[in-house]
Design a binder for this molecule. Structure first.
Ligand code: DGT
Ligand code: CA
Ligand code: CA
Ligand code: ZN
Length: 578
């Protein structure tokens, strides 16, 4: 039976196929349903087993007709409607849409006019100069397509953390439910919460490894068995993702977890410390080597006892990149990085007022569900016309609506009035100061002219930072992971300048952005520049992105002290007022 990951992928593709055909409204409904399924805590299969079609209809964002389609998928493993759409336009949607700037509508035109079905066709046509001749494309978009393909080749098929974290967790949970399994745990780059993931590594403690391996190799999402053994197996999923499973004995669990969590560089450094202490560290444990080579295990059951036996403090997985954590740990000076439950609020969300899909009230309710005390509504501004960006009048109107919803919700959460205001070419703002000064939170973003020179782009952003009404620079480098390179900007200079102007730099939690990236967050922390961890949610479900943002902040060694929305709300507000 298909997993949430696969169902959600199919629903998303249906939406894209419908958009290719210019069908109104429906694409949005499918996209919404895809998101909802992706974010479910429970497997859809289990929901369906327990409550039938009715339970499917109760998934928020899933209506009767989509619920029936999910039912067909669960019952038969196929969906005729989807297959019909695919037949009409047999293009490799998931790889084509991953090229920056290509949406379903342009993919449809490329297919109809030039017969382009996949990336190879696309590259060939672009190199032959065929795309520039199409109506609505031109030379510029052809160059952009080629750049997008190049960028994709470079990123080498790595998966976004947000796409595999929940999948990894799902497998972990299913394994843990097996009676033969004592414990299951995701290790590798997922446990370190790296922004992209090569493959999934899972460890299991069990005395009956054969049963566990049998279950693993027969999971519904498995497309191919790559390797199969008593204690180690590897499979490829339908999504193209590889998963490694290892069964380890309980006395070696900590050592194995440490080894397979990595990073490799961290492991190498740890082993060196062990050697200096005349010890031996491997995936089975930490050993004292006696005369005649006799080995006695001195630690291995938990990671904590291994670090302790090496004279070190425990190091959080997100910090294990050999970028200084080893020395800090040896000196017992590791910072206490921000925790996953530490955020008090969210400072960037969009609603149906612009390009979000949910109402202000729905976003606020998602905030309540996430345990937040406040949530800022920061819709786009008029310069970003394709999102229906708000002008002065609409911002004022929205402020009235926020007052109304705040009253209605009776203090269960506080909705802050905000904006994601475009930074214009010369660094001035897309809304007048008379409006900006009325808002609780002003985020400023670059959404245009990504090709300015580094000097001009840096000057442009600095000018925005000088405006006393600007609180936060949203997604400061503009990159989209695996899709778009950051614009050219002198980040060191921006960080230095942020210190001077008291401007906050955002650690955007959107799985595609994670912008600032870890090393830039670290620069902020070192310079004493404050950051905010914001979901940038465009739907209620996406408030869940916050977890990914905290992960990135932890990878950048940020503490609660560095993150303004981890502070008590009053302190955060008075900091912004300054
Ligand atoms: P990925 O899969 O590319 O996102 O990154 P990782 O870190 O998950 O790497 P992976 O899956 O190749 O290996 C999982 C862990 O196993 C890795 O973090 C550290 C450990 N490991 C793998 N190969 C080596 C090695 O040659 N030496 C050492 N010391 N550790 C290794
Ligand atoms: Ca891995
Ligand atoms: Ca691996
Ligand atoms: Zn937006």
């Amino acid at each position: 039976m298909p997993s949430n990951f696969e169902i959600s992928k199919i629903l998303r593709e249906i939406g894209e196929y419908l958009e290719m055909q210019n069908v109104p409204f429906k694409p949005r409904a499918y996209e919404k349903a895809a998101l909802a399924v992706q974010e479910l805590d429970e497997e859809t299969t289990d929901l369906y087993k327990e409550g039938g079609l009715k339970a499917l209809e109760e998934i928020p964002g899933v209506g009767a007709s989509i619920a029936e389609k999910i039912e067909e998928l669960l019952k038969t493993g196929r969906l005729k409607y989807y297959e019909g759409l695919k037949k009409k336009a047999p293009v490799d949607l998931s790889s084509l849409t991953s090229v920056e700037g290509l949406g379903p509508k342009s993919i449809s035109r490329l297919y109809q006019k030039l017969g382009i079905k996949n990336l190879a066709d696309l590259e060939k046509a672009a190199r032959a100069g065929k795309i520039r001749k199409l109506e609505g494309f031109g030379e510029k978009s052809e160059t952009k397509i080629l750049a997008g393909i190049e960028f994709q080749k470079k990123s080498g098929g790595r998966f976004l953390l947000g796409d595999v974290l929940f999948l990894g967790r799902g497998i972990e949970e299913r394994l843990e439910r097996l009676p033969e399994v004592e414990k299951a745990m995701v290790a590798g780059s997922i446990r370190r919460r790296k922004e992209t993931i090569g493959d999934v590594d899972i460890l299991v403690i069990s005395k009956k490894s054969k049963k566990v391996m049998d279950y693993f190799k027969n999971m519904t999402e498995v497309a191919m068995i790559i390797a199969s053994g008593e204690t180690k197996s590897s499979v490829k999923l339908h999504s193209g993702l590889n998963v490694d499973l290892r069964v380890v004995p309980p006395e070696s669990y900590g050592a194995a977890l440490n080894y397979f969590t990595g990073s490799k560089d961290h492991n190498v450094a740890l082993r060196k410390i062990a050697i200096e202490k005349k010890l031996k560290l491997n995936e089975y444990g930490l050993f004292k080597v006696g005369k005649g080579g006799k080995e006695t295990m001195i630690a291995g059951k938990t990671e904590e006892e291994i670090y302790r036996a090496l004279g070190m403090d425990y190091i959080e997985p997100e910090m294990r990149e050999n970028t200084g954590e080893i020395n800090f740990s040896l000196k017992h000076k590791l910072p206490k990085i921000v925790g996953y439950g530490d955020l008090e609020g969210d400072l960037q969300t969009q609603t149906e007022w612009t390009d979000g899909s949910d109402s202000i009230e729905d976003m606020a309710k998602a905030g309540i569900k996430a345990g937040l005390k406040y949530i800022a509504i920061t819709d786009h501004t008029k310069r970003l016309a394709m999102t229906g960006g708000l002008g002065e009048k609409m911002v004022l109107k929205q402020m009235v609506e926020i007052d109304r919803v705040n009253k209605k919700l009776g203090g269960k959460i506080k909705i802050l009035k905000g904006t994601e205001c475009d930074i214009l070419k010369d660094g001035s703002m897309d809304l007048p100061d008379s409006i900006l000064s009325k808002l609780d939170v002003v985020g400023a973003s670059v959404h245009s002219l990504f090709n300015l020179s580094e000097a001009d782009q840096t000057a442009r952003i600095k000018k925005a930072m000088v405006n006393p009404n600007v609180d936060i620079i949203f997604h400061p480098t503009g990159r989209l992971i695996n899709r778009r390179e950051a614009y050219k900007v002198d980040i060191e200079e921006i960080v230095k300048f942020a210190k001077k102007t008291g401007t906050v730099l955002e650690a955007n939690a959107d799985t595609n952005r994670l912008d600032l990236k870890d090393e830039y967050i670290k620069k902020c922390v070192e310079a004493g520049v404050k950051i905010s961890v914001d979901s940038d949610a465009h739907s209620a479900g996406q408030v869940g992105f916050l977890e990914l943002g905290i992960a990135q902040a932890r990878r950048g060694w940020a503490t609660k002290h560095d993150i303004i929305n981890a502070w008590p709300p009053d302190k955060m507000k008075s900091f912004l007022k300054k």
